[in-house]
Every structure is written in structure tokens, then in C-alpha cells.
Design a protein around this ligand. Structure first.
Ligand code: IMP
Length: 179
């Protein structure tokens, strides 16, 4: 992978992300206001920045857990086979669960994860996705809350990578190949 053959154009500023995260947290708080404990499940690795910002805006009793599902490998195309590489540490049966995803693209990953977690019979399970590319959808699934709908572009930053790079960008940018 040669990281010198592309440039990153800013698509969503760090300020817009922060404002949207605050709004999402308000809606999530309203939904789960009566919870005794909310298990916030981050899908690794792309959601790690988003989940860190989101939980700090949530004034609720929160537990954080992580799950890693395979999706992209290092290519720009999505793979359909979803495998669980790392499962949750805690039990979610009878619990309130919020799944936090970075991007819903074809929908294969989220559909697989939601089905798996629902089989463990949580009390309530909702999904918050930072980004959604509805035009790419192949499996019918929608997050309960979505940060931003974006067009079909390959994006990086705010935790999201291109072949493991650019996760540390504070904003979200669109990858553009140099001519
Ligand atoms: P899906 O299973 O096709 O919905 O893919 C979801 C996963 O693919 C996301 O959680 C991301 O990890 C990855 N992904 C999808 N689109 C992008 C992108 O534009 N940039 C980086 N990763 C992406």
C-alpha cells in the first residue's frame, strides 16, 4: 500500500462532528433515561474515537465493551463474510445495549452483529452509527441514530482508516487518488 498516491479532502469538520455527537447523546439519553446500566458496545476498530466522545456526553450509568468483526481487510471493497474476531467480555442478556458503529456501508457487518447480539436477548438494543452511506446498502438495516449521511465515497479520520492509516485525523476526509 502506497500512502503517497492519495490526498484527503475535508468532508466533515471536527467542530461539526462534536456538535452532532452532542445532539446524538441527547437523543440517546432521552431514550435510555430510565436505564440502570447501559452497555455501550463499540465495534473495533473504527468506532474507538466516536465511542470515546459519545460516552463522555452521556450522563448515564454506562459500561463500555468492544467487539471486533472482520470486514474490509486492506482493500477498498467490502467483504461479505463477517467473522467475529473478538467477542464481548461481558454478558448482555436482560441489559440495555447501544451498539456504536463507525460507518454503515453495505450493511453486512451491522446486520450480522445485531443478529448475534439480539440472540443473547438484551432488554433493549439500539444502534448509533456515525456515518451512513445509504446508496451502498445491500442488506436492509438502519441504525436507530445516524450522525451523518454521506455519498458513496471512501472516507478516513476520526477513528476511520485506510489500510490502518489516518485514524488520527480529527476530522472526516474523503480519500482522493492523485491523478
Ligand atoms: P459494511 O459491512 O459494508 O457495512 O462495512 C462496514 C465497515 O466497513 C465499517 O465499519 C468500516 O470499518 C468499513 N468501511 C466502510 N466504508 C468505509 C470507508 O469509507 N472508509 C473506511 N472504512 C470503511
Amino acid at each position: 500500500m502506497d500512502h503517497s498516491d492519495y490526498v484527503i479532502d475535508e468532508m466533515i469538520s471536527a467542530k461539526s462532528i462534536a456538535a452532532r455527537v452532542e445532539e446524538l447523546a441527547r437523543e440517546i439519553h432521552a431514550h435510555f433515561a430510565d436505564t440502570d446500566k447501559l452497555v455501550v458496545v463499540g465495534l473495533l476498530r473504527g468506532s474507538f474515537v466516536f465511542i470515546a466522545d459519545l460516552v463522555r456526553e452521556l450522563d448515564l450509568p454506562v459500561e463500555v465493551d468492544f467487539l471486533e468483526a472482520s470486514s474490509y481487510g486492506n482493500a477498498m471493497e467490502s467483504s461479505r463474510e463477517v467473522r467475529i474476531l473478538k467477542d464481548l467480555r461481558g454478558e448482555i442478556g436482560g441489559r440495555d445495549v447501544l451498539v456504536v458503529e463507525d460507518i454503515v456501508d453495505t450493511g453486512f457487518t451491522l446486520a450480522h452483529v445485531v443478529k448475534l447480539l439480539r440472540s443473547r436477548e438484551p432488554k433493549r438494543l439500539e444502534v448509533c452509527a456515525l456515518l451512513d452511506k445509504p446508496s451502498r446498502r445491500e442488506v436492509e438495516i438502519k441504525a436507530t441514530w445516524t450522525g451523518f449521511e454521506i455519498p458513496d465515497a471512501f472516507v478516513v479520520g476520526y477513528g476511520i482508516d485506510y489500510a490502518q492509516r489516518n485514524r488520527n485525523l480529527p476530522h472526516i476526509g474523503k480519500v482522493r487518488r492523485k491523478a
